[in-house]
Write a protein that binds this ligand. Sequence first.
Ligand code: NAD
Ligand code: WQD
Length: 342
Amino acid sequence: MKIGSKILVTGGAGYIGAHTVVELINAGYEPVIVDNLSASDKTLLAGIQQITGKTLSFHQGDCRDKNFLNFVFKAQGPFKCVMHFAAFKSVGESVQKPLLYHQNNVGSLLTLLEVMEENGVKDFIFSSSCTVYGQPDVIPVDERAPFKRAESPYGATKQLCERILEDVHHTGIRTISLRYFNPIGAHPSGLMGELPIGVPNNLVPFITQAAIGLRKKLTVFGNNYNTPDGSCIRDFIHVVDLANVHVKALEYLSTDTRKNVYDAFNVGTGKGASVLELVNTFIRATGAKLPFVIGPRRPGDVEKVYADPTRVNTILKWQARYSMEDALKHAWAWEQKLRKSN
Ligand code: NAD
Ligand code: WQD
């Protein structure tokens, strides 16, 4: 175990947090997980234990609860760094429940920062999103692209959180914001993956659920966009690659001797793929039957967005290793395992 290697991972029972916990353990760190299980259960925690063979330090509680956080910081710390995944993430739900989203996403960050300050913890890695850019004017989008007015309360919370982190970097909180593009896939072991509650909003979990028979069919939202095949274009990134960039960011922060750091990185493959390309790759790579129809556009969807990953490639020395095909095979293996065990 590395000395001073305890990392607080909020939202560590969720999709990206759990995959990151595995990468942290593989790299010799000691993650301490905090999650209130409001959007997850203990399934992925069990997956982490099976993959790594480690007993986890898990504390169930809310990031807006200052007493709870202080307890964890005192009982489990000192932490080298905080990785903050805990948030609500559904764009559509955020339109229906804007206060809940601001309360949870912004409130959690503010409380966490206060507790970090009180406990002398400085280093912070934040789960941001390409949603901060809206529909960018220039594609591939780099980190200098301006934040357009957010399309949803969810997007607004990510913009606000980034602004708060930029403000507090003057007081010594050293932050890296990672702006994820579209995370997909599952752990190659088949022991861990995405676990949406109810009907999935995101493309890949909807596809795997439709292919296994849980949903009647996939609707592709629009084939009349200004793209080669008419469907939207995204930058789909394997969740294990995404998890891995957090370890790189952690290592980068620990070698950076500056007192004040605020930096943001786009995390994507740099390759745009269309929804129809992804659907066809899924069918080809898995051999599964996927009933799908073309439907109307989904309101609020951006036509085309993919990352310019130059900064994350060169500064954090990170490259995506998995292909879209790998990610879809892994997501399918996970879906099959889930349904077998239910
Ligand atoms: P997820 O819902 O699977 O995981 C989030 C976890 O946070 C859940 O386990 C939930 O129970 C927990 N949580 C929520 N509010 C909490 C609170 N107040 N206190 C303690 N725990 C709380 O989501 P994910 O896909 O793993 O996303 C992780 C982060 O990445 C989020 O901040 C999300 O906004 C961001 N992000 C996700 C995507 C994506 O497509 N999945 C893309 C860009 C950014
Ligand atoms: C991808 C493409 C849909 C479902 C969202 C958030 C973004 C970020 C990532 C958090 C789109 C199409 C989807 C379906 C479809 N999350 N689609 N049929 O909207 O790019 O990004 O998740 O920060 O902020 O907005 O992801 O997976 O929902 O959609 O045709 O049943 O798939 O129209 O073009 P999106 P998604």
